[in-house]
Design a protein around this ligand. Sequence first.
Ligand SMILES: Nc1ncnc2c1ncn2[C@@H]1O[C@H](COP(=O)(O)OP(=O)(O)OP(=O)(O)O)[C@@H](O)[C@H]1O
Length: 369
Amino acid sequence: MSDEVLVEISDLKVHFPIKHGVVFDRTIGHVYAVDGVDLTIHKGETYGLVGESGCGKSTLGRAMLRLTEPTSGSVVFDGTDVAKLKGETLRKARRRMQMIFQDPLSSLDPRQSVESILVEGMRAHGLDKDKESTAKRLRELLAAVGLPESSLRKYPHEFSGGQRQRIGIARALAVEPDLIVADEPVSALDVSVQAQVVNLLEELQDNLGLTYLVIAHDLAVVRHISDRIGVMYLGSLVEEADSDALYEQPLHPYTKALLSAIPVPDPVVEDSREQILLAGDLPSPANPPNGCRFHTRCPWKQETRCDTERPALREVEGAAPGQRVACHWAEDIRDGKIKPHEVKPELVETGALNPDVPHVASVVEAMES
Ligand SMILES: Nc1ncnc2c1ncn2[C@@H]1O[C@H](COP(=O)(O)OP(=O)(O)OP(=O)(O)O)[C@@H](O)[C@H]1O
């Protein structure tokens, strides 16, 4: 990873209008899917974006690539503001930023052969110069993702889930991108296959100098491949840090809760660990709470600052270099000066935060073996 910045996102907002009415389509509100995100990705790094379903991760990824139009803010890619690009310049910039999706079957056209899928993007960007060099490139792409040459004549339904994801990766690579946004790239795959695809992504990054934004709700997967991690909650980043620092000393109550839901394989350690339970459901992004968005579920919530003042993402003394947190009380919570409130058992609602226990443990094991 270099110090050179590839993507700089500033105060990015994506608000989807909520329409109502049969004759007149009135806007009666907005879904604040992304609501003021600042984020920097360096060349060659893997930035992991985590958070519960619905917190705005995919929308942020899509807005970065301008597949979704941002409401405001800027996305500067390699020195150029993507939001200002039009026509040919936008098309050129898009070649350099590709996306891999969660469900390769629905993102690959079932009527197209693998050859046609791979050539399509190359053709759109004028990279299929002549028959011979295109054939050579197709062979290289398949070799890079570990598929046999015979795959070219086959159709998506003839492959397994893991193989289809390899086709999706080859399709992204076909246009020689610099940045790949991988939206839940392995969550639809079997555990053993997940590790293979994650390892392939890492290998490709080493060989081709790619930069990744990996979106996932599964912290185990993100930890393994990310250099840095951003934790999202209701449209904004609540914490950002180097991967190891985030796991060793999480500062935001939401990050602590997410991490405490990951099981540790050692039962003695597991029993002695603090389990942070969150009260209540994730609020609707159409009606986010005032002040700190997390205050309705936070075990450390303090009157009245948390309900009224939205905390900025900031550095905290004594934290790891580059670690930033959006909590008014991060130091006091870390130093034990503020104790968590007791959560009434009937209010406890951890479903969304409680990953499937054996699943997460086995992914980690498979990746470490
Ligand atoms: N095109 C759209 N129009 C209206 N609302 C949308 C649109 N796309 C997403 N949303 C809403 O924006 C919010 C954020 O969605 P998003 O898909 O970005 O979240 P996510 O964190 O990626 O979740 P998931 O993992 O379930 O995809 C959700 O409430 C979603 O319903």
